[in-house]
Write a protein that binds this ligand. Structure first.
Ligand SMILES: Cc1cc2nc3c(=O)[nH]c(=O)nc-3n(C[C@H](O)[C@H](O)[C@H](O)COP(=O)(O)OP(=O)(O)OC[C@H]3O[C@@H](n4cnc5c(N)ncnc54)[C@H](O)[C@@H]3O)c2cc1C
Ligand code: SF4
Ligand code: SF4
Length: 612
């Protein structure tokens, strides 16, 4: 791809094209168990950049993979057919907040928490609320139709996007929608692009609908001695007419992780529900009475509530960090998100939970169940040793059975994370004839198949490719105990991207290899022999300031600073050391100090500097 790389650089400027192997490897993974490396990454700054890159890609039949913060769970951002990743990190401005219209116009790379912090100054918010809000971008949310704890009351991203600016595969720019609450003006193209996972067009601007921040909120916690009872309570609360802004269900495994990692001291029971009720004080108190009524009827334990924002925030922050924190459940095990986010009709929630528990016992795997229960979205997750073929095999069988439960109980394959790569083999069963309709739409809009190929079952329904498992390198280290231990520490990193917001070097360069997540991923590849010691690798590690900010926000507590120091030592042992450190080291060896002067001369110098 070298001649075409030259062309790409001439289009957007050399400094906005990443093409060295070390950096590219940092774009090879997401939370899914798969890995594919791009040929190049482009960091566009404007719609014009995107148009030119897409035109180039269409002419040269090069795959284009749009990417926000890379918090995808399904492999949706992985360059399965190689090609160019379009990383929107640098296109992140909030162009306009029209308070009187309840509308904001933003670039796709804006991070959700940053947007909401800005909107809060006007008493407004953008309601969809994925657990990844500190990292995920509006472009990525549009791509997956993301939602989160607030979906039951406020809906999903598609309910809050009024219009889009989209670059089509031909390079043509179209605007969809209007900044109005309703319209009946032709096909709803905005909705077509939402949830299309970058396979139909590249979003360069979004017009968002906003809501006023509700005046009063409470957080209610309810515990049960059986998980099934907690499931029944969810249904009963919804049928009682309560519309919780959020209602999350956690099993005992999740509860103990939340307790251990976030020191919340919650009672340890089989089932736990946490609700947020919002509105006016009167409406919230009325809803609380109904929730309490259901809790009493079903024999709930330890019912409590708070309207203290700080207490509530602690609970919700812990809930948001639950997924990556699950990496702590079992040493040497990782959470593998396959079949991880189905949704069910309300009446099936309790039954689905019981089915998952039975499956977990049948396959003897460590599992955890939690979910945005108010909208029927459950997350049955499997936690396995990725280097153990027997566990891996059982996990794949359990995945099949989870999808059978989903279909039998009239559920949807994915409630929020999308199909991506990992659910491609199940797309036909879930969509039936709808898959062919989707394929015709894809052909009409992207005849050359350049936009995010290999996803959603659109062009290929299998997910089998040679060497496409992120965890494959662990088995290479069998017998090398020290290296294996270090590699397991690195794969505790979920690639959740929470550290992106706080890593000073990432926020200077905006390139993954200069951030905490990239450094952890690289350390794993380095140990596994995929990348060798080199000057580029040294620079990725030397630029780390060892500030430890990443560790502060890292839910599984990956020891990033230790990882960086260890790799630096390995690289130094192989002769890759920064010129400054080399000179300092030589001075120490020669003079016993870092200054390159013998100690007597330094004493004289000190006197001189003190003025005599
Ligand atoms: C810890 C954790 C918790 C999570 N919790 C939730 C949750 O509660 N709810 C939920 O819905 N999801 C959740 N997710 C999944 C993920 O965060 C969401 O899907 C999120 O919206 C992805 O945003 P992103 O910016 O990281 O996008 P990416 O992962 O980079 O991309 C996601 C998809 O959008 C496409 N895309 C990105 N930008 C554009 C663009 N400009 N134009 C066209 N397509 C584009 C990509 O090609 C890809 O298909 C979670 C993930 C993690 C790691
Ligand atoms: S310790 Fe290094 S990787 Fe972590 S936040 Fe600081 S600079 Fe980034
Ligand atoms: S280092 Fe921690 S915060 Fe950063 S991506 Fe990995 S798990 Fe997430």
């Amino acid at each position: 791809m070298s001649t075409s790389l030259g062309l790409l650089k001439s289009i957007v400027g050399e400094e906005r094209v990443v093409d060295d192997k070390v950096s590219l490897l940092c774009y090879s993974s997401d939370m899914s168990p798969f890995a594919y490396t791009p040929d190049a990454v482009v960091l566009p700054r404007s719609r014009e950049d995107v148009v030119e890159v897409v035109k180039y890609a269409n002419e040269s039949r090069t795959p284009i993979i749009p990417r926000g913060a890379g918090t995808s769970v399904t492999g949706a951002i992985l360059p399965r057919r190689g090609g160019v990743v379009l990383d929107f990190t640098r296109m992140s401005s909030i162009k306009e907040v029209r308070v009187e219209d309840l509308v904001a116009v933003v670039e796709p790379g804006v991070v959700l928490d940053r947007l909401n912090a800005e909107l809060a100054k006007h008493g407004l918010f953008f309601p969809p609320d994925p657990g990844s809000s500190s990292a995920c971008t509006i472009g990525g949310m549009v791509g997956t139709n993301a939602s989160g704890v607030r979906a039951a009351k406020y809906g999903t991203t598609r309910n809050w996007v009024l219009g889009l600016e989209v670059v089509l595969a031909s390079g043509e720019v179209v605007r969809t929608g209007w900044p109005v609450v309703k319209h009946s003006t032709g096909y709803d193209l905005t909705q077509l692009f939402i949830g299309s996972e970058g396979t139909l067009g590249v979003v360069t601007e979004a017009v968002l609908k906003l809501a006023p921040i509700p005046p009063y909120k409470v957080t209610v916690t309810v515990f049960f001695d059986e998980l099934g009872l907690a499931g029944r309570a969810v249904t009963a609360i919804l049928l009682s007419g309560v519309r919780p802004a959020a209602m999350e269900l956690l099993d005992r495994t999740c509860l103990s992780v939340v307790n251990e990692v976030f020191k919340l001291g919650l009672p340890s029971r089989e089932g736990f529900i946490v609700l947020e009720l919002d509105g006016t004080r009167g409406s919230v108190e009325e809803e609380m009475r109904k929730v309490k009524g259901v809790a009493d009827r079903l024999g709930a334990k330890d019912y409590s509530w708070t309207d203290d924002p700080k207490e509530s925030l602690k609970l919700w922050a812990a809930r948001k960090a639950l997924v990556p924190a699950l990496a702590k459940v079992k040493e040497g095990h990782v959470l593998v998100p396959l079949a991880e986010d189905p949704s069910f009709p309300i009446s099936e929630i309790e039954g689905a939970i019981r089915d998952f528990q039975a499956l977990s016992a049948k396959y003897g795997l460590t599992t955890a169940t939690f979910g945005h229960a108010a909208d029927g979205n459950l997350h049955p997750v499997m936690i396995v040793d990725p280097a153990d073929p027997d566990q891996w095999g059982r996990m794949l069988k359990m995945e099949e059975e989870i999808f059978e439960i989903v279909l039998r109980r009239r559920g949807a394959l994915s409630a929020e994370h999308g199909i991506g790569l990992s659910k491609s083999p199940f797309a036909r069963r879930a969509l039936g004839g709808g898959l062919e309709v989707m394929r015709s739409l894809k052909r009409a809009l992207d005849p050359n198949g350049i936009l995010n190929p290999g996803k959603m079952g659109l062009d290929v329904e299998s997910r089998e490719d040679p060497v496409n498992l992120y965890y494959a390198y662990l088995s290479r280290l069998r017998g090398e105990l020290q290296a294996l231990r270090r590699a397991y520490e690195a794969v505790r990193c979920f690639r959740c991207g929470f550290c992106r917001a706080v890593c000073p070097t990432f926020n200077h360069y905006f390139v993954e290899s200069k951030g905490a997540r990239g450094r952890v991923v690289l350390s794993y590849y380095f140990l596994g022999g995929l990348v060798e010691a080199s000057e580029a690798l040294r620079q990725a590690y030397d630029q780390c300031t060892l500030c430890g900010h990443c560790v502060q926000v890292c839910p599984p507590g990956v020891k990033v600073v230790d990882i960086v120091e260890q790799v630096r030592r390995d690289l130094a042992a192989k002769g890759f050391i920064s010129p400054v450190h080399r000179a300092l080291g030589e001075n120490i060896l020669k003079y016993g100090n870092i200054y390159g002067l013998d100690n007597a001369a330094r004493g004289e110098l000190a006197k001189e500097l003190r003025g005599g």
